[in-house]
Ligand binder design. Structure first.
Ligand SMILES: OC[C@H]1O[C@@](CO)(OC[C@@]2(O[C@H]3O[C@H](CO)[C@@H](O)[C@H](O)[C@H]3O)O[C@H](CO)[C@@H](O)[C@@H]2O)[C@@H](O)[C@@H]1O
Length: 579
């Protein structure tokens, strides 16, 4: 009898949770259903993601006092069983000791060989200098790692007269890796006064006593401050991902977040373990040639190795595009991108990214199309996606009449500029074609994500992917810049795929099977709640085939306990899942 009652009440609880999930708080139309965010206030960089004893952890730069950034920022903390549903934990740590009294800034986790996770993070010390500190779990048998203790030996790395490091430009330690000689290595972002970006290298035998190496791991002139570096190996033999200290049949990736452009760039190259230097295969960022992890709003990203599913997962901070006054009014600011699997593409020249498979647990109603012709100038509604403001859409296109593509002008080298210049769109024979998402009933508001195909003079094709926010909202105060990137794909041989995750105020798109990602923030006034529609369109002068389209409404995830129900025993999703 007791068991039956318990079961019934659990069923009721999960019904209420589902009901709550399908509702949208119209006072908060921009809060997301499945993108990570704290219940309120400011969030920026993802910090120290990891999996420990089967529990995923995400720390993040969090201001407990308001919806704008503050120097005395703390490490917010949440845990998850599946990287989709998240339970809030108390902040891991806040400013408390001389070496971080003015702020606990970004950093990373390293799992030591005995399985203990250790955090290296930047502290803003009593002199407002940036220094590197360590924190360790108080109780390693607690899988939630709720308490952290800072070492009295902090700071472990600091600017001084001998090393000449600028105390305002020395931050964001990476996950450390073990070298061939049994010594740990870690890099810290920095720059010189003449804008040489640096990955300052430190070494240690015991993880607590660190010595600066004679040379940085890598540097590049005229790139400015390198924030939030990330350095990790990728397999050259398949899509399997590797633990950070792995070596063998690998390439290495160095990612830096450039403060001067607020974009995350990466290079793929070789790491010489003997000399402790990294050499990128191609150039870096000063000539604009380095690829970006995302061509939209995405910064200060960080990866971790998930040894449960043998994959590397990428998180990135997705900033607001709204004025600070709006953030203060809504009481929060900042999202994290949906976690993405990241690996080396077959060409060896580019990274591929894809939403982690766990997103499928949120899928509800599905709409499926096979082989539809998108005539020139047509717009077709995708009916049946019941929650068009919370959806996962995957569409693939095939273009037949490639010879009708316009020739790209030699001066059109900046994809974002091509996407932004509206007069160009009328010239194109092939495209724009793609998706119109978060579209209001009368099409006054919409965000379009699309491709255009050009011919280059040497008879190759150039595929452009754009995310256009210019019509996304009647509110004129937001930043509605259009984003764009070239996709390295040959449309004469391959289909063109576009996957877009829609979540109220974020549109996260993956082009060419994850070769290009573009994330945007939008704030529709009309396209909210049930007044949100989804379309496939072709504004070009030639027809395009939709080979297939799959679109799913997504239910809300449990993100940090914000969907409060009147039944308090229903609120802890993890305890529910464990029955
Ligand atoms: O929270 C500190 C960590 O954030 C990083 C990278 O995002 O540096 C941020 C930075 O501050 C600017 O960015 C804030 C949001 O990230 C912004 O709101 C603030 O107004 C900016 O000043 O911190 C320094 C000092 O202000 C600045 O140079 C950076 O861009 C990361 O590097 C930090 O660890």
């Amino acid at each position: 009898m007791g068991k039956t009652l318990l079961l019934l009440s659990l069923l009721l609880c999960s019904f209420i949770i589902d009901l709550e999930a399908s509702r949208q708080d119209l006072n908060q139309p921009y809060r997301t259903g499945y993108h990570f965010q704290p219940p309120s206030n400011w969030m920026n960089d993802p910090n120290g993601p990891m999996v420990y004893k089967g529990i995923y952890h995400l720390f993040y730069q969090y201001n407990p006092y308001g919806a704008v950034w503050d120097v005395r920022i703390v490490w917010g903390h949440s845990t998850s069983l599946d990287l989709v549903n998240w339970t809030p934990q108390p902040p891991a740590f806040s400013p408390s000791q001389p070496s971080d009294i003015n702020g606990c800034w970004s950093g990373s986790v390293t799992i030591l060989p005995n399985g203990t996770p250790v955090i290296l993070y930047t502290g803003i010390d009593q002199n407002k200098s940036q220094v590197q500190n360590v924190a360790v779990p108080v109780n390693i048998s607690d899988p939630y790692l709720r308490e952290w203790s800072k070492s009295p030996a902090n700071p472990l790395m600091a600017p001084n007269a001998v090393n000449g490091i600028n105390p305002d430009r020395f931050r964001d330690p990476t996950t450390a890796w073990m070298g061939h000689d049994g010594e740990w290595r870690v890099i810290v972002g920095s720059s010189t006064d003449d804008r040489r970006g640096l990955a300052v290298l430190y070494k240690s035998r015991d993880f607590f006593n660190w010595t600066q190496a004679t040379k940085p791991l890598h540097h590049e002139d005229l790139t400015g401050m390198w924030e939030c570096p990330d350095f990790f190996p990728v397999s050259i033999t398949g899509t399997d991902c590797l633990e950070t200290s792995s070596f063998g049949e690998v390439k290495h990736v160095l990612k830096v977040s450039l403060i001067e452009t607020l974009h995350d760039y990466y290079t793929i190259g070789s790491y010489d373990r003997e000399k402790d230097v990294y050499v990128p295969d191609h150039g870096f960022v000063q000539d604009g040639s380095a690829p970006r992890l995302d061509y939209g709003k995405f910064y200060a990203s960080k990866t971790f190795y998930d040894d449960v599913k043998k994959r590397r997962i990428l998180w990135g901070w997705v900033n607001e595009s709204s004025p600070a006054k709006d953030d203060i009014e809504k009481g929060w600011s900042g999202l994290q991108s949906f976690p993405r699997k990241i690996w080396l593409g077959e060409s060896g020249n580019e990274l591929l990214q894809w939403p982690i498979e766990e997103i499928e647990t949120l899928r509800e109603t599905q709409v499926k199309w096979d082989n539809k012709v998108l005539k020139a100038g047509s717009t077709i509604q995708v009916h049946g996606v019941t929650a068009a403001q919370q959806a996962d859409v995957d569409v693939s296109f095939k273009v037949k009449d490639l010879e009708k593509a316009d020739v790209i002008e030699p001066s059109w080298t900046d994809p974002q500029k091509i996407c932004s210049e509206e007069d160009l769109s009328v010239k194109s024979g092939l495209g724009p074609f793609g998706l119109m998402v978060l579209t209001s009933n009368d099409m006054e508001e919409y965000t379009s994500v699309y491709f255009r195909i050009f011919k280059s003079n040497d008879t190759k094709y150039v595929v452009l992917m754009c995310s256009d926010q210019s019509r996304s909202s009647l509110n004129e105060e937001n930043d509605k810049a259009t984003f764009g990137a070239f996709v390295a794909i040959d449309p004469s041989q391959e289909t063109l795929s576009l996957r877009t995750l829609i979540d109220h105020s974020i549109v996260e798109s993956y082009g060419g099977g994850g070769k290009v990602c573009i994330t945007s923030r939008v704030y529709p006034k009309l396209a909210i709640g049930e007044n949100t529609n989804l379309f496939v369109f072709n504004k070009g002068t030639q027809s395009v085939d939709v080979l297939g389209l799959n679109a799913w409404s997504l239910k809300s995830a449990q993100i940090n306990g914000e969907r409060v129900s009147p039944f308090s025993e229903c609120e802890d999703s993890h305890s529910l899942n464990q029955y």
